[in-house]
Design a protein. Structure first.
Length: 293
């Protein structure tokens, strides 16, 4: 039995903040990798383990401790690509502070939107990648380096059917055309790409692995779609396309402290509440009660 809770000190508060942050990152990872069933299974196992620990069921506790060791190894093997991308994202965030140094200007966005609109009208297939914070070197293979100025003439010439790189992707980085004719990884989410071409599969595949915004023009249907964070969304019109591109860039550009604080509170607030609750409960079970015995 226990006589009460262990007094909460500064170290305990920092402990809960750190654990809560790790749980929050883990929840975002599960959300973005669509591993909801894995998260539910893990949560159930943790709940059973906590009940067994508090109840003094030491054999069950020892059994679960061995299971968690095997589970961690299995997760690393199964999700090694996602884990690698997560470490890359953490490294980039530490160096950039989570903001882009440079991005396409409003005029360049208008040029891009107008070019894609013209190609959609003429049923010319195209795939344009706007790089976010995540590096693309591991995912965008082949093609030709360019470092050219983003212009309507350049975009349309690259996706002309006589161009050698028209079947690949055009990569825009820091407001310039960094590469064209690049080959992207294909998505395995066949439910989202049914009756769609290879360009849509490539756009969705890259968006599942990085934070890039992929713009794809359907050669068959003459329609523009956006792939971001593992979702493929057809745009209603050119105004909608421009608004979505501007919103993507706005989130990655430096913001005023007040706007950043507001975004911190409003973005992913459910995951933050869940992470905070799990952190407090873990402290109660594993520290508070144990310290009060």
């Amino acid at each position: 039995m226990f006589s009460g809770f262990k007094p909460i000190g500064v170290a305990d508060v920092l402990d809960m903040l750190l654990v809560g942050s790790l749980v929050y990152l883990l929840l975002l990872w599960f959300k973005r990798t669509r591993a909801a069933l894995v998260a539910m299974g893990l949560g159930l196992m943790i709940l059973v383990y906590a009940v067994a620990f508090v109840s003094g069921m030491y054999m069950t506790v020892r059994l679960f401790q061995g299971f968690f060791a095997v589970f961690i190894v299995a997760v690393i093997v199964i999700f090694q690509e996602e884990i690698r991308s997560g470490f890359e994202r953490l490294a980039v965030w530490s160096m950039t502070g989570g903001v882009l140094k440079a991005a396409p200007t409003h005029r360049q966005v208008e040029i891009l939107v107008r070019s894609l609109g013209d190609m959609a009208r003429d049923h010319i297939g195209a795939l344009v990648v706007l790089q976010g914070l995540d590096p693309l070197d591991r995912h965008a293979q082949g093609g030709w380096d360019l470092d050219g100025e983003l212009s309507e003439a350049l975009i349309k010439s690259i996706f002309d059917s006589h161009s050698l790189g028209h079947d690949g992707a055009l990569v825009v980085s820091e407001g310039r055309v960094a590469r064209f004719g690049a080959q992207l990884p294909l998505s395995k989410d066949f439910g989202k790409i049914t009756n769609l071409g290879t360009r849509h599969s490539a756009a969705l595949g890259l968006s599942e692995r990085t934070d890039a915004l992929c713009l794809v023009v359907s050669e068959e249907h003459g329609r523009v779609s956006i792939a971001h964070r593992g979702e493929l969304i057809p745009v209603e019109n050119l105004e909608d396309l421009q608004d979505r591109i501007q919103a993507f860039l706005h989130r990655l550009l430096p913001q005023e402290p007040r706007s950043r604080a507001r975004n911190f509170v409003t973005e992913n607030w459910r995951e933050k509440l869940i992470a905070a609750g799990i952190s407090v409960l873990m402290w109660i079970f594993f520290v508070g009660i144990a310290g009060g015995r």
